[in-house]
Design a protein around this ligand. Structure first.
Ligand code: 5GP
Ligand code: MN
Length: 359
């Protein structure tokens, strides 16, 4: 219990603090209170819980965790993602709950978007909600404009899973082994195994609580998350490394994937999650960029930065995308080579005005 109080100070609710911050000015955050959201969860019966297209562990784990908690309250919950459950995350407890959205729209009382910076990134899951009395938006992306009726966008959270945990604890919602494991997977994946800069004491406190409350086997979960890749993922990495190039005096590293190579290797979209980390991990590299040719005449760009002074979210927003300061992406119209040139030029321009701290 002591630990719980560290994690969530009930006397000054988290939402209240956000509100004050917001009124204090300048804090990029739209805020409802956990109490407001908790009330909506208790007072309604039919829910749809949605996450962004090309989901990651944070989206899927957060969706399942909140869904399981609501189910335990006797609620009717649908859990939709345009891509359905990914093979690599199918070990998550109760993964079968998460399905592709139905072709015919369904009316619900409450639709909840998790980990989704802009509503459009819900893809076909958005279209599957016929009507909802209330839209809830819970996310941690700095580019989230705060769509929806009830909104918690906490850019200090390294994972949406962390916000869901705090909501569950603050509102006294059910938390069992399955919920804890889903939240742990969400937080572990979105923090890069507790490594990225937004990983805080609070993150470790929450992880501690999840391991304790759920009786989690961390080694087993980590093995399923990080040591269970299909062989083709490594074959994909081999091909990507062939295209690797460095620019801006070694401060930018990039590689790219053509449709042809993807087809030859039989890769799934999910196979490339995390491969960009190899580029970022090189000494001297500040920005890593991954280009992927898409079938619709666009290219997907994935970007990582090692320095807050180089905001890749701002760069991606120029191309219609978004994300976080240190991890962002966009889908850009044009052929692969053209997109590479435009994006690398933009990154180069950003780096030109960026001064490395004198060492
Ligand atoms: P990733 O590079 O892993 O696909 O995405 C990194 C971050 O950028 C994620 O938080 C993701 O939500 C965001 N992101 C990636 N692609 C897009 C995009 O096309 N639009 C927006 N708004 N965000 C994106
Ligand atoms: Mn996330």
């Amino acid at each position: 219990m002591e630990l719980l109080e560290l994690v969530e100070d009930r006397s000054s609710g988290y939402g209240e603090r956000l509100r004050r911050d917001k009124q204090g000015g300048g804090y990029k955050m739209t805020a409802s209170t956990f109490d407001e959201i908790g009330r909506v969860l208790r007072e309604h019966q039919h829910f749809a819980i949605l996450g962004h297209v090309r989901p990651d562990g944070d989206a899927l784990g957060s969706q399942l965790a909140l869904a399981l908690s609501l189910q335990q309250l006797g609620k009717d919950v649908r859990v939709w993602n345009e891509d359905g459950m990914l093979e690599k995350y199918s070990f998550l407890p109760r993964a079968e709950l998460l399905t592709k959205p139905p072709a015919t729209a369904i009316d619900v009382d409450v639709a909840i978007a998790l980990d989704t910076a802009i509503q459009n990134r819900l893809g076909t899951a958005l279209a599957a909600v016929g009507s909802a009395k209330i839209w809830v938006n819970i996310d941690h992306h700095s580019s989230n404009p705060g769509y929806g009726d009830l909104v918690i966008v906490d850019v200090s959270a390294p994972a949406t899973g962390e916000i869901i945990f705090r909501l569950i604890r603050n509102q006294g919602l059910p938390l069992d082994h399955d919920i804890a494991e889903n939240l742990y997977a969400a937080i572990s994946t979105d923090t890069g195994s507790f490594q990225y800069p937004k990983t805080s004491a609070r993150t470790f406190e929450i992880a501690t609580e999840l391991v304790r409350a759920g009786g989690l086997n961390v080694g087993k979960i980590s093995q399923q998350l990080y040591e269970n890749y299909p062989r083709r993922r490594l074959e994909l990495l081999r091909e990507l490394l062939r295209t690797m190039r460095f620019s801006e005096g070694g401060r930018v590293a990039s590689f790219s994937l053509t449709l042809r190579t993807a087809a030859d290797l039989g890769v799934l979209p999910e196979d490339n999650e995390g491969l960009i980390d190899h580029l970022r991990a090189v000494r001297g590299v500040i920005v890593a960029v991954f280009f992927e040719e898409l079938a619709d005449g666009k290219a997907r760009v994935s970007m990582r930065s090692k320095d807050e002074a180089v905001d890749v979210c701002a760069i991606c927003q120029k191309f219609g995308g978004g994300g976080h300061t240190l991890a962002a992406g966009a889908r850009i119209r044009g052929n692969l080579v053209e997109v590479e040139e435009r994006v690398l030029k933009e990154v180069g321009d950003k780096l030109e005005v960026y001064q490395r701290p004198s060492s």
